[in-house]
Design a protein around this ligand. Structure first.
Ligand code: 5AD
Ligand code: SF4
Length: 446
């Protein structure tokens, strides 16, 4: 509930985990400034959209939502409407917002989110505030995050990306890859553990590039080892890894470090080496498959997840068939599948042989079907097994049922009381769907 008198905010987040975590940091700053979270968007004094521009869909969604917000603004002229995040880093989108959406009062980018209190203060005084930096200035530490969970937390390790995959807008809107200093990462995690957090997910567009830009010769495997050594922390995850940068040292770390969970998100993007070259991914499908084999040998039972794009310019039926073959061979636990969406300013958007929408649609449907049956098979292999899960809280739809996760990041539902929340328990799996495992608790481990 809002304290009487305190102003309230409502943040809508689009896009990836990086954006989700940015919203946690923005919320932390807003609360330090005196705002409290609104229960409902219609009651908020500040409505903020943290946007994504990786595909066209989330962009269209923003413009749709702004249309609805206009009505709220007409009812309450004191309402402050803000837009931030990746979309406003693109000149074309920022200009469109500036010119065609005069009721947007506050616009800031990904590189200056720490400035939100100062910018908001000006917006409160009636000024239209637009401040978007083209690139990051000094690394800003100590931004307080209002985290969505009290057991597991996201921790940034790198910002930005240097890879310039030919379809991707991220390097243009998030800038070059910058690593946080090791001590900043470790002290944030120690602080989280002191507050009762048990699990961290290290975040970066390409975590395997960690450290390459720092003065100290430290790589991602070294960082993982130091995080692993933090007392009181139980589980360590990380995302995303670029297949080109996953080396033997990192696989060895994944196998050896006991807190590092047996799950790797390893974006394939395409199973065709010809398309991978056009995507500028830096590996062939043969190299990718060899890497997967090595990882599976080193870490038995590891769960692998991926990102795949269908309908990249020039993708033929044969190229798509190769993607399907690789998916069959790897047998991912789950996959995020995307229809290629041209992004202005990227090389792929200018490629001549764009794939027709109906072909893209057919391909994505075939891929989603295939992956669904593979996910179901992968989950079936858990039937009858006992697995250790971390209990996160009541399940979304039934508070008699607990939601928990295996080390391999599978969602497990089982009956149990709230006293189990925050504990590691052993559950025997009795039922599965492609998305969820169901089981019975057989013991408590921690
Ligand atoms: N079109 C479709 N999917 C894209 N991705 C990135 N850019 C595009 C694009 N232009 C996907 C990639 C990436 C994920 C986060 O989004 O699969 O790994
Ligand atoms: Fe985009 Fe490629 Fe960087 Fe991922 S690795 S953020 S897909 S440029």
């Amino acid at each position: 509930m809002a304290k009487t008198g305190a102003k309230t905010y409502y943040i809508t987040t689009m896009g990836c985990q990086m954006n989700e975590h940015d919203s946690e940091r923005i919320a932390g700053l807003l609360e330090a400034y005196g705002y409290v979270q609104a229960e409902d968007i219609s009651e908020a004094d500040l409505i903020l959209f943290n946007t994504c521009c990786v595909r066209e869909n989330p962009e269209n969604k923003l413009y749709g939502r702004l249309g609805e917000i206009k009505r709220l603004k007409e009812k309450n002229p004191n309402l402050i409407v803000g837009v931030c995040g990746c979309m406003v880093q693109q000149d074309v989108q920022r200009e469109r917002l500036e010119e065609s959406y005069p009721y947007v009062d506050l616009i800031f980018g990904t590189h200056n989110l720490h400035r939100v209190p100062a910018l908001l203060e000006r917006a409160e005084a009636g000024e239209r505030v637009i401040e978007v930096w083209d690139e990051a200035q000094e690394q800003v530490e100590g931004v307080p995050a209002k985290r969505g969970h009290d057991l597991k937390a996201w921790v940034n390790v790198t910002f930005g990306c240097d890879n310039f995959c030919s379809y991707c807008i991220v390097p243009y809107v998030r800038g070059r890859c910058r690593s946080r200093e090791k001590e900043a990462v470790l002290s944030e995690i120690r602080d989280l553990v002191a507050k009762g957090y048990r699990e961290v997910t290290l975040l970066g567009q390409n975590v395997n590039a960690y450290g390459k830009d720092l003065d100290s010769p430290l790589d991602f495997a070294d960082l993982l080892a130091e995080v692993n050594a933090i007392p009181g922390l139980w589980r360590v995850r990380f995302t995303t890894s670029h297949p080109r940068d996953v080396d033997d040292k990192m696989i060895e770390a994944l196998a050896r470090l006991e807190k590092v969970c047996e799950h790797l998100h390893l974006p394939l993007q395409s199973g065709s080496s010809r398309i991978l070259a056009r995507m500028n991914r830096g590996y062939t499908s043969e190299q990718y498959l060899k890497l997967v084999e090595k990882i599976k040998r080193a870490v038995p039972g590891i769960s692998l997840t991926t990102d795949i794009i269908v309908g990249f310019p020039g993708e033929t039926d044969e190229d798509f068939a190769e993607t399907m073959r690789v998916v069959e061979e790897v047998r991912y636990d789950s996959a995020f599948t995307f229809v290629y969406s041209p992004r202005v300013g990227t090389p792929a958007a200018k490629m001549p042989d764009q794939v027709p929408e109906e072909v893209k649609k057919e391909r994505i449907m075939a891929l989603v079907d295939l992956q669904k049956s593979i996910s179901e098979d992968a989950n079936r292999s858990y039937l009858g097994k006992e697995v250790e899960v971390l209990v996160e809280g009541p399940s979304k739809n039934n508070d008699q049922v607990l939601a928990s996760r295996t080390r391999t990041n599978k969602l497990v539902h089982f009956s149990g009381g709230p006293e189990l929340i925050g504990k590691l328990v052993t559950v025997k799996i009795t039922e599965i769907t492609p998305w969820t495992l169901y089981g019975e608790m057989v013991g408590e481990s921690k």
